[in-house]
Design a protein around this ligand. Structure first.
Ligand code: ADP
Ligand code: YYY
Length: 391
């Protein structure tokens, strides 16, 4: 049994939309493997059904991880709280079959160019991973390429995005563990949806996602875009830092995630972004540093029904980004060499797949961000020309 499960209902002050969350925290050492929240918004009977389904899947994953359900922090044991789940039938813990013995080592297929020692190759999943709800791509395509330091970020060889269908979900925790990737972000089970209406209340919005590695110059160029093209800049990192300083109940969790270079649960970041967009009169937003993983992306689409006009991707070598971050001098707790390396790893493993997702939709505009600031902005300007202010 790896850890103690803590479960509670709580009201989120962050957003009227994410009113209630079913929160499950695993204490160390499993905290880094699984920590997150299933947003439970109940606008319609359909949505209730879907949430219950998601909750069941999540519950099973917890059980498979072997979480015990002991009460901790005075918030109550998992079972009784699940029993209180409004609208839900009782969610009995699934019977978990004993894990079969590990299969003998398998060599990569002849037509797979990666070698066994290569992170790009993964053996077929252990039978315990058979619960996967998605059709798995060929093993040799499953992982991003190995993480080399000081290299440009060629987009990883990953399977093309799944077609939008409620039958397809991001890989489960077991899938990711079977793949051998680090589960660096909490998992919210979300569905791929293509329901963009781009409306926030009665305002139609244009959103551009600004992505790139830490220190690639996203914030610097966003300031230029704001000045020349009338967008409002929303940095996910800045919003999270402001939230932690505000003394919010999520403050400690956010601080720890940032210090560790990890990605904060989507519901927190999305609520902050949504609130900021609603409060602002502008209808054109640069969302900087988000979505940082597939969970961020799918949850944002699900909650906001907003799809980006395009994704601005700042491509830069790690060597250059590291130099810039170490010279940034903004007093950030995560601009130290140890956390920087972790952030690079998270970027390659979790953020590049998001860029790949949008690339397949022909929505990525890639910029060579290694050039001097003014030259980078020349390239950015060409992309934003259609949004030139007409005053
Ligand atoms: N093209 C560039 N060339 C050199 N330094 C840059 C460039 N763009 C940004 N910087 C500097 O690098 C550091 C990181 O830039 P920043 O915009 O904060 O990156 P990000 O928002 O992507 O983390 C800052 O100190 C910034 O002044
Ligand atoms: N979508 C996001 C964006 C940022 N964060 C957290 C984790 C990131 O390492 C920190 C800092 O992000 P920020 O975008 O400000 O900084 P860098 O691009 O890494 O320089 O915030 C997050 O958890 N989720």
């Amino acid at each position: 049994m790896p850890s103690v499960g803590v479960c509670r209902w709580r009201s989120s002050p962050l957003s009227a939309v994410l009113r209630r969350s079913f929160v499950v925290d695993l204490l160390p050492p499993s905290r880094s493997q699984l920590c997150g929240a299933v947003p439970c918004d109940f606008p319609s009977p359909d949505a209730v059904g879907r949430r219950i389904r998601l909750l069941k899947i999540w519950w099973k994953e917890l059980m498979v991880l072997g979480a015990t359900t002991t009460a901790a922090s005075g918030v109550g044991p998992l079972g009784p709280v699940l029993g209180d789940f409004p609208f839900a039938e009782k969610l009995a813990p699934p019977v978990v079959a004993p894990t079969p013995p590990a299969p003998p080592p398998v060599s990569p297929p002849a037509n797979c160019h990666a070698s066994r020692g290569d992170a790009a190759w993964a053996p077929p999943p252990h039978p315990s991973a058979r619960r996967a709800r998605i059709k798995r791509p060929p093993a040799c395509l499953r992982l991003p390429p190995p993480h080399h330091q000081h290299t440009h970020h060629a987009l990883p060889v990953i399977p093309p995005p799944r077609p939008p269908s409620s039958a397809h979900r991001p890989p489960s925790i077991q899938d990711r563990r079977a793949m051998g990737t680090v589960v660096d972000a909490p998992t919210v089970v979300t569905e791929n949806e293509e329901v963009a209406v781009n409306m926030l209340g009665d305002k139609k919005v244009t959103v551009v996602f600004v992505l790139g590695g830490p220190g690639s110059g996203k914030g610097t160029q966003c300031a230029n875009i704001v000045e020349h093209f009338g967008f409002t800049h929303l940095s996910a990192g800045d919003l999270l830092r402001a939230e932690l300083k505000s003394g919010s109940e999520n403050g400690t969790m956010i601080e720890n995630m940032i210090k560790e270079g990890k990605i904060v649960p989507s519901e927190v970041t999305i609520a902050l972004l949504k609130e900021a967009m609603i409060k602002n009169d502008n209808d054109k937003f640069l969302i900087d540093g988000f979505p940082r993983n597939e969970e961020n992306r799918a949850a944002f689409e699900h909650v906001t029904k907003i799809s980006p006009a395009f994704v601005l991707f700042f491509d830069c070598s790690e060597e250059e980004m590291e130099k810039r971050l170490l010279g940034r001098n903004e007093g950030r707790v995560d601009d130290n060499i140890e956390t920087i390396r972790k952030r690079f790893k998270v970027f390659v493993e979790s953020s590049l797949p998001v860029i790949e997702y949008y690339k397949a939709k022909d929505k990525v505009k890639k910029i060579d961000a290694a050039k001097p600031i003014a030259e980078v902005f020349e390239d950015v300007k060409a992309i934003f020309a259609p949004y030139a202010k007409t005053a």
